[in-house]
Design a binder for this molecule. Sequence first.
Ligand code: FMN
Length: 309
Amino acid sequence: MSKILFLYYSQSGQLTEIVKNFAKPFEKSGDYSITYASIEPVKDYPFPWTGASFFDAFPESVERIPCEIKPLDLGDEDFDLIVFAYSVWYMSPCIPCNSFLLSDQAKRIFKDKPVITLLGVRNMWIVAQEYVKSKIIENGGKLIGNIVLRDRAENLTGIITISYFLFSGSKGRFAWFFPKAGISQKDIDGVTKYSDLVKNHFEKGNLDSLQKELVSEKAVKINPYLVSTEKTAYNRVFLKWSAFMLKKGGPGNPARKGRVRAFAFYFTFAILLIAPIKYIFFLIFAPFRFKKIKEEIRYYSGTKLKSNT
Ligand SMILES: Cc1cc2nc3c(=O)[nH]c(=O)nc-3n(C[C@H](O)[C@H](O)[C@H](O)COP(=O)(O)O)c2cc1C
């Protein structure tokens, strides 16, 4: 019997539902022993979020500083396939998932094992996934597949609907003319089409060709505008703000409240003003970057890390 491990952390239950649906074809066949392991921080993050707690999670997310998590009871810790399911916080794997990636337990579990990443996000995940790829490799694992479920709303609309979701805890509509928040139920239910593919490839022992087929089934879709926005925002803006905030102390430190608040204002301004301007520039220059954009789509759809290609 092959053993599959599902590792995940979900606040609202959205990612848990994705994981449980993904596991269905494996559950149904009866040929697999399945372990679900929910990563648990010793001091959990609030859900729904308050404005203060949401922005206070920024520096540790961006700088990838782990929180304390409870060790997972995983028996002999020997699995044939690992599904690492995570959401993204500020272009980084959510702090609980990152904390697991950095743990000694991850080193033992990932070593020499095939790993699939399964993401449940809004729409900005490229920078986080590059980092996760590098950590899986550092832990000795081999990333053989990536599946990304994301919010289908257009970028600005999605920011409003996810804010409603995260601050109210409801996946309903912010107002009648807005789409429902979060990942659509159709996409959550449809994730089994990707796990069917994973199961087929796993059983035939041809995991190396899995990602190509996942991509052709649209398990990953790259938006070139968001790739360029993410890379600029993370490297030129996020890292500077996080270092600035961390100088005033760790999570919840009252001394950093002023800087956290200043960032919250900047963030809102950047989303409402800078992002649309950047979008116009992107459209103007896109025809001249055609080759580069094509290459980016190919690379970010894959599971390899640049230095390892
Ligand atoms: C603090 C915070 C920051 C987030 N930043 C991002 C982000 O950078 N990119 C993105 O696509 N989604 C972002 N999200 C949305 C999450 O990836 C995820 O879709 C949402 O939190 C629901 O996950 P859950 O299953 O844990 O409830 C963020 C959410 C939180 C709470």
